[in-house]
Write a new protein. Structure first.
Length: 293
């Protein structure tokens, strides 16, 4: 059996988290149409009879305009230094841009094999696909170029076949039944954050965080309390909504996902806080790698 580490990199919103979920056929990474949804390097472990691949989902690399952006870029850069393969995703619908070139320049500093994934090919005409591949192959000495649709699952299994050739180890890294390195607490907080980002659309910035404050596993159900932390009162009002309607919708959608993931009935209580005391503020700042000014 071959095994190794594979990093998924690309600009924000090119489909890295969607691809990770498709590769594992399980939702372990949250998705939304907001940039920098992914803040941490999440590992998803794929295992079959021939190989074990540890996929690392990374924050989207971008030109930072604040401290959070700088921190997310740093996490993404670190993920490509000691892996066997880098899967570089490009959104073929939006085309190759300065952000993609910026990432390619950084990949030159890595010793990993680089495979180009042309994502969202379901949104371009088939007759345009071959010219696109010919255009991209001259940009960098890619080991392979694979057209895919992460959302629809097109050609996703081909990625597994190609990556196997470049794995460096012959020993398993995880047990067969392990599919991720994240804890239940982390997953719960991320699922709630996903619903906040999706349901509030552009009204709430991505710098919102969620934390599990209580978790009680009872005989027939799990009782969970999650606090949504924001830095301004006006954001708190948006998330709560008129007569609590938005917060109720966030909780309902999150609960359904959590019941499927945890395999048990869930009673979920969500509430919203601004940074009103030191404990919350310290945790909030730590989440983003920031310091008190």
């Amino acid at each position: 059996m071959r095994s190794g580490f594979v990093s998924l990199v690309g600009r924000p919103n090119v489909g890295k988290s969607t691809l990770l979920n498709a590769l594992l056929e399980s939702k372990i990474a949250i998705t939304s149409d907001k940039a920098q949804t992914t803040r941490n390097s999440i590992q998803g472990i794929y295992t079959d009879d021939d190989c074990q691949i540890v996929f690392i989902d990374t924050p989207g690399i971008h030109k930072p305009v604040h401290k959070l952006g700088t921190l997310l870029n740093k996490k993404a850069y670190q993920s490509v230094q000691e892996v066997d393969v880098v899967l570089f995703l490009i959104d073929v619908e939006s085309g190759f841009g300065k952000g993609d070139q910026f990432i390619l320049n950084r990949l030159k500093e890595s010793n990993a094999k680089v495979i180009l994934l042309l994502n969202k090919v379901d949104r371009v005409k088939k007759e345009n696909l071959l010219p696109l591949i010919n255009e991209y192959k001259d940009l960098y000495p890619f080991e392979d170029i694979i057209p895919i649709s992460a959302l629809k699952g097109d050609n996703v299994k081909e990625i597994i076949k190609v990556v196997q050739k470049y794995l460096s180890s012959d020993e398993k890294i995880y047990e067969d039944d392990v599919i991720t390195n994240i804890s239940n607490y982390f997953y719960i907080s991320e699922i709630v954050r996903e619903k906040v980002l999706r349901l509030t659309h552009k009204e709430v910035p991505h710098a919102v965080t969620c934390m599990v404050e209580s978790y009680e596993d009872k005989e027939d159900y799990i009782e969970i309390g999650v606090v949504i932390i924001v830095d301004r009162d006006n954001l708190k009002k948006i998330i709560i909504g008129k007569q609590g309607s938005m917060l109720k919708e966030i909780g309902t959608e999150a609960r359904l996902d959590l019941e499927e993931y945890l395999g048990k009935k869930v009673f979920l209580k969500t509430y919203v806080k601004t940074i009103e005391n030191w404990r919350d503020k310290e945790n909030y700042l730590q989440e983003f790698g920031l310091k008190e000014e």
